[in-house]
Design a protein around this ligand. Structure first.
Ligand code: SF4
Length: 337
């Protein structure tokens, strides 16, 4: 082991988010315009072997214990199953999860489970088919639901749902979405909309805050404190009184209050983009290149040292509330959740 991914505030990254592609088969309004965005040049995209090598360096040399594959939409990556397989073969074996819109997951869930995928986070912002089409500019609601249920059937559990509420669009669905999740044994987490859209049109007034979400839920549910320590996890969670999940444990609901309840002080995340850049924060404006040194013949120790050097100057927090805050040039679709 070379050493930990520590920053100047003493935070240690043990959770690696890997974006496998910036491409997506949806056009969510809070992420990209209907016409999409210019994709990353294909020659810049890490090959499957390069992804597996960098993930290997992170796990065997830098103390990474959790891997989350993201996108764009990671199911669009042709080599996804092989990448998961290579990751599951690492020693020590990291936990492996996937953030996805679940389109096509019903067909792939079995192979991904077999390859070593542990669980999934599925993005679902509405239970209304027409509203889904308006929010994503695609009529794929049924495909997302089929993928979601397919994941549960394949044992990719706990199945977590990620929901972004937008004022005047789907903010009336907090309670119905929680009822849906509880009925299926899924763990729902609401995520405050963040200023990471490709259009740079994020507006704080349309963001539904954690407090508003909790107030809406408490009108219909009794939320109890969660005895499990949050550690560096993004979501604050509560037990939903009277409900159980698929494994018979007390059902939970979570809120990720990135903007109004930041959790940067305990951040344990580092990110690798599909074109081989290390981002020490979701909102970082600087990135550190690993693709060049890797293709230039750097050895694993050298790549590990570069990764460590990339994490040290990580800022104390996202700074969204600072008057000087500037949205990162790279959009969410090319960073991943
Ligand atoms: S905004 Fe940056 S520092 Fe804060 S929790 Fe997210 S990744 Fe960590």
């Amino acid at each position: 082991m070379t050493g930990a991914l520590v920053d100047s505030f003493g935070r240690i990254a043990s959770d690696l988010r890997v974006s496998l592609t910036d491409r997506c088969n949806l056009r969510c309004t809070y992420c990209m315009p209907p016409e999409g965005v210019p994709w990353l040049p294909s020659p810049d995209i890490l090959t499957d072997a390069e992804v597996a090598r960098l993930v290997g360096v992170a796990v065997t040399r830098l103390g990474i214990r959790e891997i989350r594959f993201t996108g764009g939409e990671p199911l669009l990556r042709p080599g996804l199953v092989a990448i998961v397989e290579a990751t599951a073969a690492l020693v020590p074996r990291p936990t492996i999860s996937l953030t996805t819109n679940a389109i096509g997951l019903d067909r792939m869930a079995g192979a991904l489970r077999q390859a070593g995928l542990d669980r999934v986070n599925v993005s679902l912002d509405t239970l209304d088919e027409d509203r889904f089409a308006a929010l994503t500019h695609r009529r794929r609601f049924a495909d997302t639901l089929a993928g979601l249920h397919g994941a549960a059937a394949a044992g990719l559990t706990p199945v977590k749902l990620n929901t972004v509420l937008i004022r005047g669009v789907n903010d009336d669905e907090a309670v119905p979405l929680l009822r849906f999740a509880l009925a299926h044994g899924y763990e729902l987490r609401f995520i405050e909309q963040m200023p990471l859209d490709a259009q740079h049109t994020w507006d704080r007034t349309t963001m539904v805050t954690a407090d508003e979400i909790l107030a809406a839920l408490r009108a219909d549910f009794t939320l109890l404190p969660d005895p499990v320590d949050r550690a560096g996890a993004p979501a604050e969670t509560w037990l939903v009184d009277g409900y159980r999940d698929l494994a018979g444990r007390p059902a939970r609901v979570g809120v990720i209050g990135s903007v109004t309840r930041p959790f940067c002080g305990d951040c344990d995340r580092t990110r690798l983009t599909a074109d081989g850049q290390v981002r020490n924060c979701l909102f970082a404006r600087e990135e550190s290149d690993l693709r060049g040194p890797l293709r230039g013949g750097a050895d694993d120790a050298g790549l590990a040292q570069r990764w460590q050097a990339a994490m040290w100057p990580k800022k104390p927090g996202h700074g969204i509330d600072d008057p000087t805050f500037l949205q990162p040039p790279r959009p969410m679709s090319a960073i991943g959740g």
